[in-house]
Structure formats: structure tokens, C-alpha cells
Design a protein around this ligand. Structure first.
Ligand code: EZ4
Ligand code: CO
Length: 401
């Protein structure tokens, strides 16, 4: 089965998505997501200008060989742009293989370990009362787990929290800077969970994301202070370029730790997993080299008792989410999948068969990934340059993300 065409579709139905479509001489095509939030066109060019020409004429069946060709053959390895581009190719080829064999991708990954993958919703507000109401609403809808984020008193805007005026999040044009104070945050975060647990009890799993803004000792303190609230996980406490920094956190708290939404390969988390410094690895299909590489991360993590809790914010397109659902039901040590509803217009462009059932994401029964793209509709939503907000500390210096 020869690859006859490969093209990149950049579209912005509510937010930017980069999709690769690979066509074959048997009339079967596949799609993969290469979206890198805030740096979308770099991946689009990497694909269009560098990988697509190499794909033409290759056998679409040889997924692993194509992965190795692009990873090793480039000489320049790893990094978010490279690995998102490889992921787009990889997922498109798994999609093609599923369609060619008339079977969903979970079946190609060894069959099902479970019928659905538990997901978590996002309670996020400027007011704690509202956060609590949101948790209660999600629980009533059947969600088993909710991530809890609230505006810290004394801060005007905060990443992931609705803005004061109109508009959904801090994602905007041109780029915005938001003031940040770790001290204010640390005073508030434990009280927030005291209030939320008192209101909603312990039957719902709660999670929290610190967006890499703490030091190891601050993270250890916060984790310790939150222990009795029994979080499902505390996410991204410190930036993890220095994996050994998690030793300090681990020694100070038994709160389960999750990190890795910005990781690209196993090399970013090898020490974290081998030393059992984390409980959940958050690497995603789109940002960590596709299904082929995420499988290897999961396989490496399994004997160490580390489970996957893959990133799944709305900038991970319905294509990645489809792939993640197949991965999540097939992979033994897949524990949780982040789930954020996509912008409404995304369903004008993408058509997917995966769905939400009683707090679990379940695959449909289409062959392949189960997601399609309407290229005409995609063309109606022109790319819009967008940046993630940048944090600035009280002393004026740029903060961590
Ligand atoms: O900041 O997807 O856990 N989820 C997150 C997300 C990420 C964005 C970055 O593109 O932290 O909101
Ligand atoms: Co996060």
C-alpha cells in the first residue's frame, strides 16, 4: 500500500489545529494531529516542507520503520516541533492500518483492557463558590474526577481561569502577561481544598495543576498540606527539565504526583519513572511522537507502577483525543485521560465517533481512529496567530509556565 499524497490542513474552528492527511493508492486515507499550541505553523512547515515529500512512495503499512526514519534520519532528534510532526504521521498511519484491516485501533494495540478510560473534567472559576458548584454539576453528570482551579485572591488574572471581562481563557491576541505570586497561591491553595472537600466529600476524585510554578520545597510543602484531601494527583508542581528535582518533592509528601504534558520522549521521564518519583506520566500522543512512542513510554512505566494520565486540553484536537481513547482502553497501565470540551465550531470541521459515557471516554466502532476531517469546512476557519499567556512574578521577572 503506497502513500500517494500527504498534506497539512491548518484550521481554526474556535482555536488552531494542525492536521495531516495521508492518502494511499488503495483509496484509504488517514489523519493525524500535529497541533502545538502557540507554535502551530512551525509543525505545519516541518510536515509540509520536510516530512511530506519523504512520505510519498513509502509503504503505509510500515509504521515503525517510518517512525524510525523520521526520528533517527533527521539527525536532529526530539523536541516538541519534531515530535508533534512525527506524531501526526504516526497517528495517520495507525488510522490507515485500522481502516485497511477494518478494525478499530484499540484492536491493533492488543485489544481492550477496559471498555472506557476514566476522564476528568475542569472546574475553573474566579469564585470558590462557583468552583464548588461546578464540581457538583460534573459529579451529577457522571464524572468521577474533576480538576479544581480557582483564581487566587489578590491576583487579577490567572492561567486557565476565565478572564474578568468577556472571553474564555487567557489565550488571546496579542500575547498577554499575567502577574503571578507563588506566595499568595500557596496561602490559598490548601484553603481552597479545605472548602471544596468540605462541600463535596470524598466520593469524587479531585486533581489540581500548579503549572510548573513552584520550587521543589514549595511543592513538598503543598503536597504535605494536601495529603488528607486525598487528591488523585497534584500536577506539574515544578518544571521537570531537572528530573532529579522530584526526589525532594517525593521525600516530603505522599500526595500522588503527575507531570509530563510538555514531554516529548521517554528520555524526558526515564529517571522520573525508574526512580518512582511520580505516579502518573502526562505525556500525550500528539506531543510525544504518536501512538508508537507513547506505547513505549507506557510499557517502560508499567513495571514501576507508574500509570498514564495523558494531557487532553482543548488544544489537543479531536483526532488526538480519538487516538487517546483507543490507547486508553487498550493500555493496561492507562489510568486517566484529561478531557476538555472542544470549541463548538470544531464539530463543523471534525467528525468523531468517540464519546463520553458516565465519566468514561469510550471508543466508537469505526475502523481506524474513528475521526474524520471535512476539508471544505476547515478552509472556512482561517488560522489566527495566538499565544499562551506569559506569567510575570511580583519582582518583574518572567515566571515559569
Ligand atoms: O497548559 O494545553 O493540564 N492541562 C494544561 C493545559 C495546557 C495547555 C497548553 O497548550 O495545563 O491547559
Ligand atoms: Co497541566
Amino acid at each position: 500500500m503506497k502513500i500517494t499524497g500527504a498534506r497539512v490542513i491548518v484550521t481554526s474552528p474556535g482555536r488552531n489545529y494542525v492536521t495531516l492527511k495521508i492518502e494511499t493508492d488503495e483509496g484509504i486515507y488517514g489523519i493525524g494531529d500535529g497541533t502545538l499550541n502557540g507554535r502551530e505553523l512551525a509543525v505545519a512547515s516541518y510536515l509540509q516542507d520536510h516530512l511530506c515529500p519523504m512520505l510519498i512512495g513509502r509503504d503505509a503499512r510500515d509504521i515503525e520503520d517510518t517512525w524510525q526514519l523520521f526520528y533517527r534520519g533527521a539527525y536532529w532528534r526530539r523536541g516538541p516541533v519534531t515530535m508533534a510532526a512525527i506524531a501526526a504521521v504516526d497517528v495517520a498511519l495507525w488510522d490507515i492500518k485500522g481502516k485497511a484491516l477494518d478494525t478499530p485501533v484499540w484492536n491493533l494495540l492488543g485489544g481492550r483492557s477496559r471498555d472506557g478510560i476514566m476522564c476528568y473534567a475542569h472546574a475553573s472559576s474566579r469564585s470558590l463558590e462557583d468552583v464548588i458548584e461546578q464540581v457538583q454539576r460534573y459529579t451529577a453528570e457522571g464524572y468521577k474526577a474533576v480538576r479544581v482551579q480557582c483564581l487566587v485572591p489578590g491576583l487579577e488574572e490567572m492561567y486557565g481561569i476565565p478572564r474578568a471581562g468577556a472571553g474564555r481563557t487567557g489565550i488571546g491576541l496579542p500575547y498577554v502577561e499575567q502577574g503571578w505570586s507563588t506566595e499568595k497561591y500557596l496561602r490559598f491553595a490548601p484553603k481552597m481544598f479545605d472548602r471544596v472537600r468540605a462541600a463535596v466529600g470524598f466520593d469524587v476524585a479531585l486533581l489540581h495543576d500548579a503549572h510548573h510554578r513552584l520550587t521543589p520545597s514549595q511543592a513538598g510543602w503543598l503536597g504535605k498540606r494536601l495529603e488528607d484531601h486525598q487528591l488523585l494527583w497534584l500536577e506539574d508542581t515544578v518544571p521537570a527539565e531537572l528530573q532529579a528535582s522530584y526526589r525532594v518533592i517525593r521525600q516530603h509528601t505522599t500526595t500522588p504526583l503527575a507531570v509530563g504534558e510538555v514531554f516529548n520522549t521517554l528520555f524526558d521521564c526515564e529517571q522520573l519513572i525508574r526512580e518512582q518519583l511520580i505516579d502518573y506520566i502526562r505525556a500525550s500522543i500528539v506531543h510525544a511522537g504518536g501512538i508508537s512512542h507513547l506505547r513505549k513510554i507506557a510499557a517502560f512505566a508499567e513495571p514501576y507502577g507508574v500509570r498514564t494520565g495523558c494531557h487532553g486540553a482543548a488544544d489537543l484536537s479531536p483526532v488526538t483525543m480519538g487516538a487517546a481513547v483507543h490507547f486508553g482502553v487498550a493500555t493496561y497501565n492507562a489510568a486517566v485521560q484529561e478531557y476538555n470540551v472542544h470549541p463548538e465550531e470544531a464539530s463543523d470541521v471534525f467528525d468523531w465517533d468517540w464519546g463520553l459515557k458516565d465519566g468514561f471516554l469510550v471508543p466508537g466502532d469505526r475502523p481506524g481512529i474513528g475521526v474524520d476531517i471535512d476539508e471544505k469546512a476547515a478552509a472556512r476557519f482561517e488560522y489566527e496567530r495566538a499565544y499562551l499567556p506569559i506569567s510575570r512574578r511580583e519582582d518583574g521577572s518572567v515566571g515559569n509556565y
